[in-house]
Design a protein around this ligand. Structure first.
Ligand code: JHZ
Length: 396
């Protein structure tokens, strides 16, 4: 049975940055109701009404995975680890973005799948890129006549695809006999622990637990045999999945992870009802902080025009009244306006000036990297605000 537990209100597409805040432009904004549900059969947490992917993954896709030093480093590290462990001949990535992961492999071995045309155009000059959505039809097109993939990698993409059955069926078809599917996505356990409800937005159709992944992949004759907790995106999980008949045994690590999720009651509906209560409190407390600072005429900005912060600002109705602007290093976000609240986005060089008193950590998942970078701001008395795990002002 599918049971709703969280209502994050009317939301725009988190990726739909606006090129102007003119009335005409704003009237075209797309909104939907963001509700989150729990499936009591397979324990999968998902948003209740997924948006049509064709509206989301367009030729204007803004996110560049290589924008952060942390991510560049992490993708290189995992690429090297997979090379060493599996010596793959063919490596495919689903959702290759700007190529930050797959470029670490030899050009001859690479197959990239990326439906956002602007991103696919970026990488197709460097290696074989299919500008398509991942599905059975594409899998057949790529693999019916050529060697199957020894590694299929997908970071922050499988959780974005509404039709999981077709996705995993297509992967099962595409893997070599002992091929390994490695997927990374934000971890449900971390979301529950951190109260990071901002991991729910239109693109995150699912936030996975290991328990749910084990159940879902079984339906496509696949097997979850290993996993590891990783720190990226505020707490993610890397899952290792193979064909039913492949040689890999269940590792100790995956057993421990499954047990810890059961201990945290991720398979019980009441866990999510309690989480929803904490989310409501988090909203109230965050608004309180913004109101208090504004009543003292403080200058507040936000740091990182993340998709996650779109959920926060639209759910808490934190807009231009509270936040002067958002800084972001991504060139194609600068000069634009955030979806829903229409907060202007500018470059950090321009935005991190002496007038700023407080900066909300929209990119809280890069807190360490940002605090290191913004020593000057902190030294002159600037403070960061975060909502994770609960709303507060931080300086280190
Ligand atoms: P970041 C995206 O979500 C979208 P977002 C996507 N749906 C997904 O699943 C996750 O990633 C994984 C900027 N920044 O990575 C760069 C600075 O300005 O947390 C980015 O725009 N200065 C695919 O958007 C943003 O912040 C900095 O110093 O929630 C970070 O976005 C740093 C470190 C980042 O993902």
């Amino acid at each position: 049975m599918i049971k709703k537990f969280l209502n994050l209100g009317v939301q725009p597409l988190a990726n739909s940055f606006l090129s102007s805040d003119s009335k005409k432009n704003l009237s075209k904004e797309f909104f939907y109701n963001l509700e989150v549900s729990f499936n009591t059969n397979d324990y999968l947490v998902s948003i209740s009404n997924p948006v049509n992917p064709k509206l989301q993954y367009t030729d204007k896709y803004a996110h560049r995975a290589s924008e952060s030093k942390t991510m560049r480093h992490e993708f290189k590290k995992i690429a090297n680890k997979l090379k060493k462990k599996y010596s793959p001949n063919i490596v495919m990535e689903i959702g290759s973005n700007d190529g930050v992961f797959i470029k670490n492999f030899s050009k001859k071995k690479i197959l990239a799948v990326e439906p956002c045309k602007n991103l696919a155009n970026l990488t197709k000059k460097k290696f074989k890129t299919f500008p398509n959505f991942w599905n059975k039809k594409l899998a057949i097109k790529i693999f019916s006549k050529s060697k199957k993939a020894d590694i299929i990698f997908s970071a922050n993409t499988i959780s974005h695809i509404p039709n999981l059955k077709e996705t995993f069926d297509a992967i099962e078809f595409s893997l070599s006999k002992n091929g390994v599917l490695v997927i990374e996505d934000p971890s449900l356990h971390s979301v529950i622990k951190n109260n990071s409800y901002d991991q729910f937005y239109d693109e995150h159709v699912y936030v996975f637990s290991a328990i749910a992944i084990a159940n879902i992949v079984k339906k496509s004759n696949l097997r979850l045999f290993d996993a590891e907790k990783i720190t990226t995106h505020g707490g993610s999980m890397r899952f290792y999945i193979c064909k039913d008949s492949a040689k890999y045994r269940l590792t100790k690590k995956i057993k421990t992870i499954l047990n810890s999720e059961k201990k945290a009651k991720l398979d019980k509906f009441y866990t999510y009802l309690k989480f929803a209560k904490r989310v409501k409190k988090s909203k109230k407390d965050l608004i309180k902080i913004f109101k208090r600072l504004k009543s003292k005429n403080k200058n507040i900005i936000s740091y990182g025009a993340t998709y996650k912060s779109s959920t926060i600002f639209n759910y808490c109705k934190i807009g231009k009244k509270f936040i002067n602007y958002i800084t972001d290093t991504t060139l194609n976000k600068q000069g634009k306006f955030t979806p829903g609240q229409h907060i202007p986005i500018i470059s950090p060089d321009e935005g991190m000036n002496d007038e700023v008193d407080f900066a909300f950590l929209g990119a809280w998942n890069f807190k360490k990297e940002i605090l290191k970078k913004e020593k000057k701001f902190i030294k002159r008395g600037g403070y960061f605000i975060t909502h994770v795990p609960s709303p507060k002002i931080v300086s280190k």
